[in-house]
Ligand binder design. Sequence first.
Ligand code: UGA
Length: 452
Amino acid sequence: MGTGYVGLVSGACLADFGNVVVGVDINEQRVDLLRSGKVPIYEPGLEELVTRNRDRGRLNFSADVAFAIKSSEIVFICVGTPSQPSGEVDMSFVHSAARTIGQYMEDYKIVVNKSTVPVGTGDEVEQIIRQVRPDADFDVVSNPEFLREGSAIDDFMHPDRVVIGAGSQRAMEAVIDIYRPLYQADVPMVLTGIESAEMIKYASNALLAAKISFINEIASVCEAYGADVTAVARGMGLDERIGPRNLSAGAGYGGSCFPKDVQGLAATARRGDVEAPLIQAIDTSNVRQRRRMVDKLQAMVGDFDGKTICLLGLAFKPDTDDIREAPALEMIAALVSAGATVQAYDPAAMAHSQAEHPELVCCDDPYTAAQDADAVVLMTEWNEFRNMDLPRILDRAAAPKFLDCRNIYDPQEMAALGFEYVSIGRVSRRPGDGLEENSSWMVPGRFSPIRT
Ligand code: UGA
């Protein structure tokens, strides 16, 4: 139930495992689109996967919820769980899915929560189904997803673990069975109670987000004392207890998951009368980090009024067209409201961004976006920016100012090219600054793409 991001990726991958899947959605337009072979979201490899499994008859789409529920043994709830202004999770779609399941189920069903939901939702879903159909025969299972946008299929097919929380052996075995290819490939299966599975999802996302907020704060301290956060992160990450991933300092985390889930976990703690200052601080720190990007730019160009700013990258991260909670949006809002013109380029997210900010001047490539710009700001580390023709950018721009919010260039080499270069957690460089010994690009294992 639900053919959004999670539903569609999970449905297509489960079909690829040999299961027969029907994706249902109340949005008939979406169903029609999927039936005609089109995939309404940008996710590498998804369209091929959907097409292959549709052609083999294992994956179908329907707006007929009653039929889909009646004909299935296992029903996955994959609907959205957006944030409310208070940070609490809006559970209305999950509750409504549970009511619909209760309404149409006739024989034994396994109801699996794949939507990201606060601990305790398994019980709620059970109660709702029982209210609608007191004699129902069913089990509720929690099976959270750990899919990153942009690599969701690979994450599904080669996960670090599969988490299944169930209250009965029958349901547990049935859900393990649909993951048979993973189980047989020795992927760790974490079999637990429903509440623990629900907590694993929230706690994982909160810790991943915490690592990012932590390294962003370390970056600020590095800036104050002349250390290089990329070297610090590398040195920390080699400690196996810390691990190297999610330690890239940047513009702050965005997307549809980390901001919402961290706030959701903080709200869950509050509701349970639990003091959790650390969890609360993850979000506070992220909000501050995003604001710091605007302050950094202001320090470079002064008053934004009448300025032209080039933004490279709008999506909340590379390889997606998703701009939900993207740090670039905050930058655009600050610039536009202060009277700046924003010329932007993103390989995938321009249509969505312009719908949200019609004032945005969308350009066909980075060089057009840099034309006459008072500063160039890199917001998202798309690969194509790593090998950009930087002298051409410099040539087009009105001023040699470059704010790299993702640390993808080498500070000294940017300065040698003629940029006034500011990044995150590293010493800023001005044109003419020479190459120094012991510089970060000499750290073994780091490859610097620009040579002068
Ligand atoms: C995240 C989790 O990584 C998935 O495991 C989880 O299943 C998913 O949320 C979800 O709950 O559905 P996603 O939001 O797609 O996945 O993206 P990430 O790749 O984790 O990146 C999130 C944000 O953190 C991005 O804005 C990214 O730029 C930022 N980030 C990430 C950093 O700033 N630094 C890093 O080192 C890593």
